[in-house]
Design a protein around this ligand. Structure first.
Ligand code: HEC
Ligand code: HEC
Length: 196
């Protein structure tokens, strides 16, 4: 209940600060994002970490929210009120902040997650995540950094794709996630939450 209370009050504050987006300057916009994404964009119960994320990826996601090709009603209005210049500016700003790891996964299953991340599961035709997301999950170009994102967020994203939420079907993740079992997803999310 406590966590729900925190989320509700963060949302209320964010919505009351919404006008800052339309006419405000850079620091007001950053402040607005922080209501949900946490101080310095390090992530919060309501929304994932933006700090250290690839700038190209952030811009692509903002466009996805604007066009409703990515689900996430809390972001739809926000993205609608940002023009391409603001989106590029905020993406550059957050990507330059050194990220902190969420460290909120399960230590026991994390070692299985590490093996899948680095080697895939050849017998099930699952390719190594490292091939695209980088050896230390740091991301490259428009492919996102996964290291240190919160386990619950990572799990939600992989579950969305695994269960065929076509509204979020941007290649190649839905196809990859559909081949992962629930236990694979839990272990990957745990492992990645600890990566610095
Ligand atoms: C009212 C709360 C709220 C506010 C304010 C908000 N966000 Fe978000 N944002 C969210 C939530 C919730 C998600 C996760 C959506 C999902 O479940 O996929 C998210 C996701 C994102 C993502 C995708 C991250 C990823 O790893 O894929 C980006 C990028 C983003 N927000 C940027 C911003 C920016 C930039 C601002 C400020 C202009 C902002 N957000 C303000 C709630 C918010
Ligand atoms: C062939 C390249 C490729 C491989 C292999 C791959 N990914 Fe991805 N992944 C991507 C791309 C591209 C995106 C961004 C999609 C978008 O822009 O919406 C992505 C996005 C993600 C996201 C969303 C991150 C966020 O911030 O919301 C997660 C989680 C993810 N991948 C996990 C994995 C895991 C776990 C594996 C291994 C089982 C994996 N990926 C393998 C290319 C790949």
């Amino acid at each position: 209940m406590k966590r729900v209370g925190v989320i509700v009050s963060a949302l209320a504050l964010a919505l009351s600060a919404f006008s800052a987006l339309a006419g405000g300057g850079h620091s007001q916009k950053v402040q607005y994002c922080s209501w949900c994404h946490g101080v310095s964009g390090q992530g919060f119960a309501t929304a994932p970490r933006l700090a250290g994320q690839r700038a190209e990826y952030i811009e692509n996601q903002l466009q996805g929210f604007r066009q409703h090709t990515r689900p996430g009603p809390f972001m739809w209005n926000t993205a609608k009120n940002l023009d391409a210049l603001d989106a590029g500016d905020l993406a550059a700003y957050f990507s330059a902040i050194p990220p902190q790891a969420a460290d909120d996964g399960d230590r026991v299953t994390a070692s299985t997650g590490k093996t899948i991340y680095q080697q895939g599961i050849p017998s099930s035709n699952i390719v190594a995540c490292a091939a695209c997301h980088g050896p230390n999950a740091e991301g490259i170009r428009e492919i996102p950094r996964l290291g240190g994102l919160s386990a619950s967020y990572l799990k939600t994203r992989l579950d969305q794709w695994a269960h065929g939420n076509l509204a979020s079907a941007s290649a190649p993740m839905p196809q990859i996630a559909r081949q992962l079992s629930a236990a694979d997803i839990d272990s990957l999310a745990s492992y990645l939450s600890f990566v610095k």
